[in-house]
Design a protein around this ligand. Sequence first.
Ligand code: CA
Length: 236
Amino acid sequence: MAASIGRMGPRVLVVEDETSISEPLASHLAREGFEPEVAGTLAAAREAIGRGEPEVILLDVMLPDGDGRDLCRDVRAHSDVPIVMLTARGEEVDRIVGLELGADDYVVKPFSAGELVARIRAIQRRGRVAGSRRAPITIGALVLDPASRSVTKDGAPIELAAKEFDLLRMLMSRAGEVVGREEIMDEVWDPHWFGPTKTLDVHISWLRKKIEDEPSSPRYITTVRGVGFRFAAPSP
Ligand code: CA
């Protein structure tokens, strides 16, 4: 593992034990202006993160000393650093679980380094856009504060995964409007996302369980059949 001292570009931690994947990927990232650092084990990854938080983490699932999803969960408990899971073909469950754990995106092996860099840049763009809208939003009993990434209901904190928060922020920032499914997927996930229906519906269902009084008859997030979702307009 190459430690990185001089800061060249955004530091990207590549957690991947297969050197046939990590070495060409690191070379490509370096050519694209990133500062890649490769960790072949969970222990090496934790050590690298301990030396300073990377700007992006690319995270394999199956590692010699454990499961990448454990690291994803641990990192997400204290940080919003973007995480892209590197998954094997057929890990359908892992995709959802990865997102539930707070991963920002995933790619399926074999992926092209160019595709992965495009994903990283999309995540960075979303972060900048999100950072520019920082005024708290209050609707009904809910208050969403983009600056602290916190949500309260009647003053009590609600724990949300990263994607749940991003989804809720988008819907609340457009309260009263019908927001199309494609538009939600483009902004909250990625324009290249495939299989949007299940992922979006799963996240909407999780959100309803957390914010609605009666998740089965939602007051805040209503489904507009065949189109998308509408967040309740604030009371006049
Ligand atoms: Ca592996």
